[in-house]
Design a protein around this ligand. Sequence first.
Ligand code: FES
Ligand SMILES: [Fe+2]
Length: 327
Amino acid sequence: MTVLVGNLHSEFRAFWHPVAWSYEVADTPLGVTLLGEPLVVVRRPSGEIAAFADECPHRGAPLSFGRVEGAELVCAYHGWRFGFDGSATCVPALGAGSPIPSRARLTPPAAVCEQYGIVWVALEPPRTPIPVWSDGDDKSLGAFAPTAHTSHVLAAYQTDNLLDASHFPFLHGSLGDRNPLIGGHEVVEQHDLGFSSVLRKLNDDHESTEGWLRYTFAAPFTVLLRSEEPDGALRQSFFQAVQPIDERRTRLFFMVRVPETATDVLAELLAQEEIVQQEDVWITAALRRRGMPIGGAQDLHVRSDANAILFRRVLRHLFDSAATAKA
Ligand code: FES
Ligand SMILES: [Fe+2]
């Protein structure tokens, strides 16, 4: 049976997803949406992040319209106050010391954390950790990150796009001539919820190695890509995570590490990357797909789409295992 993978499937709730850059979350409540669920995220005075369903239990006002006062979140509508454990501490209209209904509680997601400068949320207990990005922790490397773009691109095809090296010389042709030939694809590791693989890119002689592309994919939408010289030296290391916002919109979180550290070089690389992302969004937003078909009548794959096939296999496992669990 063909499943069309859109953005909103309950299977995605039990994974970490990005919802904001760390620098975007301060002591003013921030409203975000993940998998169709509005959330409020805020930085506590202790520096930790708190997140709750963005809905006051009293009349449903968005708590992201409210404010933080001391160690409490205050609703903008009737001023109910909530501690960061979610429990209401004060209903002003009842006066101090009056009993507060036990249902006056905010609902937190299953898990919240910060890693690599991103705030991550899992709506249900996460099945896998956030992938380790060792280049991301290497302080000797230069770092930059394009603006986190929100676009009408399905999360599955945004992920598919980074796993796909064969579009680069065509869609991103403005960045110089590149040989489209891929010399070989090797699966380094494969498990139910992810894989690692390596692609060898060929020079114009169609024999010698132009470079290596090392991929790590973690379900459902996180991709690490390490581009290396023929001798294994780092060219660029990419980390991509996708926030499925609602049925059609996604926000792309993309970070890069490079051996260069000079400010002007990093600025130029960032400008290039912004162009690459605009080109990617231009085409992926226009794909004639309402969802990514898995099983049955799939997208048409050829040998150079090996990563895409592995990606769909993981999605297939995710949906099959959820169906088995429900049966
Ligand atoms: S809706 Fe929040 S206090 Fe009334
Ligand atoms: Fe691209």
